[in-house]
Write a protein that binds this ligand. Structure first.
Ligand code: BTN
Length: 266
């Protein structure tokens, strides 16, 4: 499988020697954190055929059955303050959109902040995790984890997600091998890494243009608190500007945002 991924990458691809493949693993993000703590270099990529404990945002699980999807994490060491990477999840979402478009011809929408969406269903997701060096105050490492549903047909998703999930197979009617999707995502992440800080505004312009949350009525869940409002915009750090029903406007950076009309939220 590793050799299959390499076949889809340019011969002189800069992260070629640091791509590691696992048939099955708990979570590529969890293992990437362990490797990063042991000193694994910038550009280490972990790809898995399946995950037994795939993780999503807010402690959710990410279904990762064998042969059905693309599951990978990359370790970056950008050597900058964490405040410079507020837009990292958005930048990774943009990279994932480019990769998906390259292999399928279809560019997904993005649900703030980290869901890849097609035809109002979830195609994949992104989980970014940062570790800061307490002495320097700089980022020690950043992990970007991306999962994309590739080969499921409708009716094969588990009951808890069958009404909200989709796959590249379902959208395009074509079998797009996970190895090909992995290679496209790895290439797009390497490109993102080159432009992450210098081209932040262009990245965020693309993100804003593809984010279906903007202009929609939303429900924000933070802890036990539920608030309703209108999503107005996204700032250059990836924060969501919301006009709440109580008249206040706030930039939201955390919490679970449900979008009216999406994933069964009416
Ligand atoms: C989400 O839906 O909230 C994010 C899902 C992220 C899933 C990917 S799959 C590869 C990497 N390893 C994980 O455990 N999670 C991410």
């Amino acid at each position: 499988m590793r050799s299959e991924i390499l076949r889809f990458l340019p011969f002189d691809f800069q992260w070629k020697d640091t791509i590691v493949y696992f048939d099955s693993i708990g979570s590529t993000n969890t293992h990437a954190k362990q490797l990063a703590a042991q000193g694994a270099p910038h550009g280490t990529v972990l790809v898995a055929g399946s995950q037994t404990a795939g993780r999503g945002r807010l402690g959710r699980s990410f279904q990762s059955p064998p042969g059905m999807g693309m599951y990978l994490s990359v370790i970056l060491r950008p050597n900058c303050p964490p405040a410079s990477l507020m837009h990292l999840t958005c930048a990774a979402a943009v990279a994932a959109c480019h990769a998906i478009e390259a292999v399928s011809g279809i560019c997904p929408d993005i649900k703030w902040t980290n869901d890849l969406v097609c035809n109002k269903r979830k195609l994949g997701g992104i989980l970014t995790e940062l570790s800061v060096d307490t002495r320097s105050g700089l980022v020690d490492y950043a992990i970007i984890g991306i999962g994309i549903n590739c080969c499921q047909s409708l009716g094969t998703f588990p009951p808890e997600i069958e009404k909200i999930a989709t796959s590249l197979q379902t959208i395009t009617g074509k079998h797009i091998p996970p190895a090909q999707v992995s290679a496209a995502v790895i290439e797009a992440l390497a490109q993102m890494d080159r432009t992450l800080l210098a081209e932040k505004q262009q990245l965020m312009t693309f993100y804003r243009g593809h984010c279906i949350t903007v202009g929609k009525q939303i429900q924000l869940l933070r802890g036990e608190t539920v608030q309703h409002g209108l999503a107005l915009d996204i700032d250059d750090n990836g924060g969501l500007l919301v006009a709440f029903a109580n008249g206040k406007t706030e930039t939201v950076t955390s919490g679970e945002v449900s979008v009216r009309g999406l994933y069964g939220y009416l």
